[in-house]
Write a protein that binds this ligand. Structure first.
Ligand code: PMP
Length: 397
C-alpha cells in the first residue's frame, strides 16, 4: 500500500497573527555575562530575600506537607487571600478575601480577564506605549486593539472619553504607576478623571499594578479603583514578582463578583489553581516577616541605580535625546532625535556588549522608531556607568 502524505491542519489563526518579537533573537544574547543588560525587566537577583523565602518554604513543607503538596481550590489559599485583602485595605481599597482570586503571576490575571470579557472582534483600549505581553494577551483573545494617545503623565482623558463613546470598547488597560515600558505615573487628578469616564461612558478598567510598591521618591498615588465611580468597574491586578520574587509566579486579581466568577471558571480551565506550596509559603512569609521593610530596602538600592543611569544618559545618548525621571519602578523611557531608529541601531549596540529594548513594538498606535526602554535595576551602578559608555560608543558608530 502506498501512503499519501496529507498535510496537517493549520495552526489557529490567533497564534499566527500574534507571532514572536523581531528583536527577541538579538536580545537572547543578553544572557552572556559580559553584556550589560538594560533590556530584560529582571529584578536584581542579589536582593531576593533567599533566607526568608527558604525559611517560609521549610516551614510549610515541615508543618503542613500534606496540604502544601496537595491540590487546592481555584480561588486560592484562604489564608493568603485574607492577608492580601488586609494589605489592599491598608492601601485604601475596601476588599474582602472573597473579592480576590490568586493567579499564577499577574500575567495570568491578564489572560483570565481577557477570557472573561473579550470576544473576538471586541475593541480593547490600551495606553501608548503599552506593556508588550498585554498586547499579546489581547491579540490572542482576538481583540481589536486601539491605542489611547497620551503625554508624560499618562493617557489623555479627553481622547479616552471620545474613544470610549466612539469605539464602544470592552475595557481600557492601564498600568498607572511606574508603567512598563515608560516608567511614567498617572497623577491623582488624572486617575479621578479616568474613573469618571469609566463611570459615565461605561467601560471596564483593567488596572495593572506590579510596580506600585517600588517607590523611591514622592507620595503614593491611590489606585484608580479607589476613585468615585470606579470600584465596581475596575479589575485590579497585583503581583509578588517585583517585591518578593518572579519565580514564585504569584499574583492576584480583585474584581466585581460577576467578573471574578468568570475569571475563576477561566482559571479552572487554565491550570486548576496556582501552586499550593508557593501560596502557603507566601502566606507564611507575610505573617512571619516584614515584606514592607524588605521592599523599602530593595527600593533604596533601585533608587541608586536609577540615579546612576540618570547621571550617565546625557553622555550616552545623542544630542537632542530626551528621557524621563521615574519616581520608582524599574524602567526609564528615552526618545532619540527624530530620524533615529532604535531597532536598526540595536545590533551595533549589542556588539558593544550592552542591550536595550527598542520602543517600536510597545506602540499599538502610530509607531515611533526613535524610542527605547531602559531597565535600570538589574545592574550595579558601576556596570550601569560602563554600560552607558558602551551604549554611547555603539550609538555613535
Ligand atoms: N504587568 C506588567 C505591566 C508587567 O510589567 C509584568 C511583568 N513584566 C506583568 C504584568 C506580569 O508579571 P507577573 O506575571 O510576573 O506578575
Amino acid at each position: 500500500m502506498t501512503s499519501v502524505a496529507v498535510s496537517v491542519p493549520s495552526l489557529a489563526s490567533r497564534v499566527r497573527s500574534v507571532g514572536g518579537s523581531a528583536v527577541r533573537e538579538i536580545l537572547a544574547v543578553t544572557s552572556r555575562p559580559e553584556v550589560v543588560n538594560f533590556a530584560g525587566g529582571l529584578p536584581a537577583p542579589e536582593l531576593f530575600d533567599r533566607e526568608g523565602v527558604a525559611e517560609a518554604f521549610r516551614y510549610v513543607l515541615e508543618e503542613m506537607p500534606g496540604r502544601a503538596l496537595q491540590y487546592s481550590t481555584t480561588e486560592g489559599e484562604p489564608g493568603l487571600r485574607e492577608l492580601l485583602a488586609a494589605r489592599t485595605v491598608e492601601r485604601g481599597l475596601a476588599t474582602r478575601a472573597e473579592d480576590l482570586l490568586v493567579t499564577t503571576g499577574s500575567q495570568q490575571g491578564l489572560s483570565l480577564v481577557a477570557a472573561a470579557l473579550v470576544e473576538p472582534g471586541d475593541t480593547v483600549l490600551v495606553e501608548d506605549p503599552c506593556y508588550l505581553a498585554a498586547l499579546q494577551v489581547f491579540g490572542l483573545a482576538g481583540a481589536r486593539v486601539v491605542a489611547v494617545p497620551g503625554d508624560a503623565d499618562g493617557p489623555d482623558v479627553e481622547a479616552l472619553a471620545e474613544l470610549v463613546v466612539r469605539e464602544r470598547p470592552k475595557l481600557f488597560y492601564t498600568v498607572p504607576t511606574f508603567q512598563n515600558p515608560s516608567g511614567r505615573t498617572m497623577p491623582a487628578e488624572r486617575r479621578a478623571a479616568v474613573a469618571e469616564v469609566a463611570g459615565r461612558c461605561g467601560v471596564w478598567i483593567v488596572e495593572d499594578d506590579p510596580y506600585g510598591e517600588l517607590r523611591f521618591d514622592g507620595e503614593r498615588v491611590p489606585w484608580i479603583a479607589t476613585y468615585e465611580g470606579a470600584a465596581d468597574r475596575t479589575v485590579l491586578l497585583g503581583s509578588f514578582s517585583k517585591v518578593m520574587a518572579p519565580g514564585l509566579r504569584l499574583g492576584w486579581l480583585r474584581a466585581p463578583a460577576e467578573v471574578l466568577r468568570a475569571c475563576v471558571v477561566a482559571k479552572q480551565a487554565a491550570d486548576l489553581h496556582t501552586p499550593t506550596v508557593n501560596q502557603l509559603a507566601a502566606a507564611r512569609y507575610l505573617a512571619d516577616r516584614d515584606l514592607d521593610s524588605h521592599v523599602a530596602r530593595v527600593a533604596g538600592v533601585y533608587r541608586e541605580r536609577r540615579d546612576a543611569m540618570l547621571a550617565g544618559l546625557a553622555e550616552a545618548l545623542p544630542e537632542g535625546a530626551r528621557w524621563n525621571r521615574p519616581e520608582g519602578g524599574m524602567f526609564l523611557w528615552a526618545r532619540l532625535p527624530s530620524g533615529y531608529d532604535t531597532a536598526a541601531l540595536l545590533p551595533e549596540v549589542v556588539r558593544h556588549d550592552v542591550a536595550y529594548v527598542p520602543g517600536a513594538p510597545f506602540h499599538a498606535g502610530a509607531v515611533d522608531r526613535a524610542t527605547l526602554r531602559l531597565c535600570f535595576v538589574t545592574e550595579t551602578p558601576e556596570r550601569i556607568g560602563e554600560g552607558l559608555r558602551r551604549m554611547g560608543a555603539g550609538l555613535r558608530r
